[in-house]
Design a protein around this ligand. Structure first.
Ligand code: GLV
Ligand code: MN
Ligand code: MN
Length: 410
């Protein structure tokens, strides 16, 4: 008996339509969370759900779902999905592909007339990318969001409040999205790899074992503003020098002592930001990641210690603010097993791998058996050149479908 497979044509039509929303004309999309184009993508998804005849559900965090209920009202739910927001000028596959693959699983199950003993739900989680908070919708749903996460979010508090207002959401409302954990049988996510390993290994599918933990810091170097022309080079307290030193030394630190880890200074601002004034302040947004929890803590401490050294070297003070921490996330063995069975049934080659990227699976793994798969992608990611071949996209959706059936019927 041939395994049930998704409708490649319908899946692709949906994918192409969605990629037009926030299209940047260079293959990418610009859909930062709760901005206009993201809101348009959310409306598009809602309309699709209703037109396709699924139940539409939403919550206080603005998560949007298609639901295919089981006959038994008390059945558990297998939740599938990802996110429709993008980083600024991002790619069209990151997140969107996983939401549409989830939806395609529901449509395929319904069209085949299968009567499963679980509810199926295909969810678009709000603000996965962290232009506002990061994993906002999934953490809210999983009951992992804390009030303090909203006080000093990665994207700044003003932007968060503006976004919520634009979407008709409120801070208090976010916490009402929490769902009872025993409702979920499993959470499954499909995503592009966003790195080179699957292509290098000649593999069709990556089954994720662990997702990295992520820490973020704001480090401010404080010096003294001065006349850029008259102050001798040796008597300046130039905050920019501390920042520059930190960026270079942090890279050395990670390469020397933290194998398997990464760090990134993705934001930097010199203040007052004027050409003829020695910078009084340099504010850095720093992120670091590790696949091992203890190492993540050590790396965070190491980076702060390095910032202190860099400050001292140039006679500066520093201020450090913690912008939040997402712990490492092991995936469920049972879900990984179901993905493995699915790959074998479909004749696809799979390997086990860890994820260096953040995903909504991190939040869901705290409350139910959760797991995710990657499909091969090229051209990097978080950029318009991100690309996945359609055959691989369909393979991924079929593995998602088969693993869902495997878990539903166990
Ligand atoms: C999300 O894509 C992240 O890893 O930052
Ligand atoms: Mn993503
Ligand atoms: Mn991303």
């Amino acid at each position: 008996l041939e395994p049930l497979t998704v409708n490649s044509r319908r899946f692709r039509d949906n994918f192409e339509s969605l990629a037009k929303i926030g299209d940047t004309g260079d293959g990418g999309v610009h859909r930062p969370a709760l901005g206009d184009s993201h809101l348009a993508a959310r409306r598009w998804y809602q309309e699709r759900i209703v037109e396709d005849g699924f139940e539409f559900i939403t919550d206080g965090a603005g998560n949007h779902s298609a639901r295919l209920p089981a006959k038994d009202y008390n059945a558990k739910t297998i939740l599938l999905g990802s996110h429709l927001d993008s980083v600024p000028n991002g790619g069209r596959f990151d997140g969107a592909l996983g939401v549409l693959a989830a939806c395609e699983v529901l449509a395929t199950v319904r069209d085949a007339g299968l009567d499963l003993p679980v509810h199926l739900e295909a969810i678009d989680f709000t603000d996965e990318e962290g232009t506002l908070v990061g994993l906002l919708g999934s953490r809210a749903l999983a009951g992992q969001l804390k009030p303090e996460d909203l006080q000093n979010p990665r994207g700044g508090r003003d932007r968060l409040l503006e976004g919520l207002e634009r979407a008709g959401l409120t801070e208090e409302g976010l916490f009402t999205a929490r769902r009872s954990t025993d409702l979920f049988k499993a959470f499954l996510e499909m995503h592009i790899e966003q790195g080179p390993r699957l292509l290098e290994a000649g593999s069709d599918i990556g089954i994720v074992g662990t997702l990295v933990g992520i820490g973020s810091l704001e480090i401010t170097f404080v010096g003294r503003s001065d006349h850029a022309g008259t102050t001798p080079m040796d008597s300046r307290l130039d905050a920019g020098l501390g920042a520059a030193d930190f960026i270079l030394e942090a890279r050395k630190l990670v390469r020397r002592e933290f194998s398997g880890c990464v760090c990134n200074t993705g934001r930097a601002a010199l203040e007052p930001g004027v050409l003829n004034i020695v910078p009084a302040r340099a504010v850095l947004g720093v992120e670091f990641r590790s696949p091992a929890e203890e190492q993540l803590e050590d790396l965070g401490l190491g980076l702060v210690r390095q910032a202190e050294k860099s400050a001292e070297r140039y006679g500066l003070q520093i201020l450090v603010e913690d912008l939040g921490r997402i712990p490492t996330s092991p995936c469920s063995k049972r879900v990984q097993g179901a993905f493995g069975v699915a790959c074998r049934n479909l004749g696809l080659k799979s390997i086990s791998m860890s994820s260096g990227a953040g995903h909504d699976t991190m939040a869901m793994a705290r409350i139910c058996p959760a797991g995710m798969i990657f499909i091969p992608s090229s051209g990097g990611s978080h950029s318009p050149s991100e690309f996945a071949g359609w055959k691989d996209c369909v393979n991924g959706a079929n593995v998602l479908l088969q693993a869902t059936l495997e878990l539903a019927l166990e």
